[in-house]
Ligand binder design. Structure first.
Ligand code: XIL
Length: 335
């Protein structure tokens, strides 16, 4: 009860976020959410798969409830996500038999989705993940980022400029309606040099091209490091710092968007594992603090171990009973 709020400890550095569902907005979970955070991401509710009714018409009612609850609680909201290969209706980009829609038809669906979604929430959202997880490492030659684009339904229908087109549409909507919304590219394995290099080259090329046409304006404003890490991987902190520096070179803001660190197994965490996990959390927050000027937020992917998407591997800073773990104490005093 007399824990220091994480958001207060980091007030001078960056926002502290968490991934939520609507059911989080009551009881003890709500207390914990409000006490430690000033930002939320919908863990699932704002994905394209939840934006339509059975007649393929937009229906944002569930999402509106969540966003209103957050705003009424004084929490900012990060939008997740507009264009993704998962949790999206397949008819957006392919026919019933699985063949891709025509490029024109898929672009139209993508643009409609982007425009309607951004406008539905307007200024209640501070930033959107416009494209999520477009890259999978495919060999070396990282500069040639197109070679590493995921063979997703969007790619098959539209082609390898779909990422750029999605951001251009989002930027057009934001500018036309004078919205103050940052546009993010978000991806995982951000701590590996191969993945972060490909992300770097893709964002660099897309942004340089747009800047030339638009008086130096950024198209992609931010890069999201999902930050789904594992205790058993070596050198995570060093790798994270390398990637972070690379992204900062791009002149974009960096968001840590889905932080968690798996440790232990089957819902069990030994004392040694809990200490080691806390140490890695501390190392990360030290790095984040050092580069805080470029980091907009650090968002945890869930409130506590019991309800995490990786609940079996105890990845968060509050335990199954919503009690602070070693990781919490490490974060509030990472030195
Ligand atoms: C996950 C949610 O946490 C799960 O509840 C859901 O079943 C699948 O999606 N990268 C992302 C997130 O961008 O949207 C994913 O969230 C985790 C990986």
């Amino acid at each position: 009860k007399d824990l220091k709020p994480i958001k207060d400890v980091y007030a001078d550095y960056f926002m502290i976020g968490n991934a939520v569902s609507y059911s989080e907005f009551e009881g003890l979970r709500y207390d914990l959410l409000k006490m430690h955070h000033n930002l939320v991401t919908a863990e699932n509710a704002m994905k394209p798969g939840y934006a339509y009714n059975d007649n393929r018409e937009f229906d944002f009612s569930a999402q509106d409830g969540l966003v209103k609850a957050a705003r009424d609680s004084g929490l900012d909201v990060h939008g997740h996500v507009l264009v993704w290969h998962q949790q999206s209706p397949e008819w957006l980009y392919q026919n019933a038999d699985g063949t891709p829609l025509s490029r024109e038809a898929a672009i139209e669906n993508m643009n409609n989705h982007i425009e309607a979604t951004i406008l539905n929430f307007g200024d209640d959202i501070i930033s959107w993940d416009v494209v999520n997880e477009a890259i999978v490492v495919n060999g070396s030659n990282y500069e040639n980022w197109r070679q590493h684009l995921r063979q997703s339904g969007w790619l098959r229908a539209i082609g390898d400029d779909y990422v750029e087109l999605a951001f251009r549409k989002a930027k057009e909507v934001v500018n036309k309606h004078n919205l103050d919304i940052k546009l993010y590219y978000n991806d995982y394995n951000d701590h590996f040099e191969n993945k972060s290099s490909i992300m770097y080259y893709m964002i660099k090329e897309i942004n340089e091209k747009y800047a030339k046409e638009n008086d130096g304006e950024l198209l992609i404003d931010g890069v999201g490091m999902q930050a789904h890490y594992h205790l058993h991987e070596r050198n995570t902190a060093e790798r994270v710092e390398q990637s972070l520096k690379r992204f900062i070179e791009l002149g974009v803001e960096v968001g840590v968007t889905e932080l968690d660190i798996t440790a232990g197994a089957d819902g069990v965490l030994t004392e040694a594992e809990e200490k080691a996990q806390a140490y890695l959390y501390a190392q990360l927050f030290k790095i984040y603090k050092e580069h805080a000027e470029h980091i907009s937020r650090v968002t945890f992917w869930g409130l506590n171990d019991a309800t995490s998407w990786r609940a079996d591997r105890n990845p968060l800073v509050f335990d199954r009973n919503l009690q602070a773990k070693e990781a919490y104490y490490a974060i509030i005093d990472p030195e």
